[in-house]
Ligand binder design. Sequence first.
Ligand code: TRP
Length: 361
Amino acid sequence: MGKIILTGDRPTGRLHIGHYVGSLRRRVELQNSGEFEKIYIMIADAQALTDNFDNPEKIRQNILEVALDYLSCGLDPAKSNLFIQSQICELTELTFYYMNLVTVSRLQRNPTVKSEIQMRNFEASIPVGFFNYPISQAADITAFKATTVPVGEDQLPMIEQTREIVRKFNSIYGEVLVEPDVLLPDNQACLRLPGTDGKAKMSKSLGNCIYLADDPKEVQKKIMGMYTDPLHVQVSDPGHLEGNTVFTYLDAFCKPEHFPEFLPDYTNLDELKEHYQRGGLGDVKVKKFLNKIIQSELEPIRQRRKEYEKNIPLVYDILKQGTEAAREAASQTLSEVKAAMKINYFDDLELIRKQAEKYAE
Ligand code: TRP
């Protein structure tokens, strides 16, 4: 059987370069590798509503933003199926049956859920829908018999939870579901790109993100204002790399060919780092280099976005077609699930015949 990808994002805002290096860039590579039989990319609006149920307009608006970000990064509707989660009712149905296979205490132990509960001050009153979202995520993944789930590190507990559900389901009802593997970014710096202020995470509320849709001026301003090494006061002072956001971004974005193109005084990143640590290399020079790299990476993305922005109905049409195709696949899995669970009464002619025989005796 061929390999199948399922992954997605919550439409709670525009996507930023942390999403890009953590997942989007990789998805496009995987898409173009030809190694996958099917690729499903999901806009997880139903999941986004589990902690934004009181703000449906936000989710509604951001579906288009995320779709535009996807397409502008190079996800190609001819190769990848882009779809909207809430429009596939089979996912909700699967979730309901998987709920039988998970205990409350197991959900409580899920590290991602734990930290999100803290972040959202949900301790006192956790909405059931939110608490349940790891199970719904298992439905997302298994509905498409995904073998491969490319996500960021924060999603590891979700995939582990999915694998447990698959094993439990298959052991009780028979081998129907596929146990997925996670695919993490291979570059350490890409696992979680810090904010431009040096804080651990890019987040809209902290105002420390560089968005894929930012114009060149905004990007430059954000890069030139980035957090570096507070001890590196004079150019001649030795600089530190640890916690130095500019160098973390270089680790995530810099390729050897950027040196001859943008900074020919150095041949590679190690040399640049070495000079910085020794002293005599100013932050501004490094930031300018980073700016050139990021601009060159974002430019084709911006161009594609502009094209799609001229044809918004087309974007919705892409989502609609992707959703229809995804729904067919999910529906097939749901039929198999229901047959395995023996809740396919009307399709099971054998059942009807046997029951009739029993009463005929
Ligand atoms: N939880 C993911 C996020 O917060 C989004 C998501 C929903 C997802 N369902 C998924 C990711 C299934 C991978 C597979 O970004």
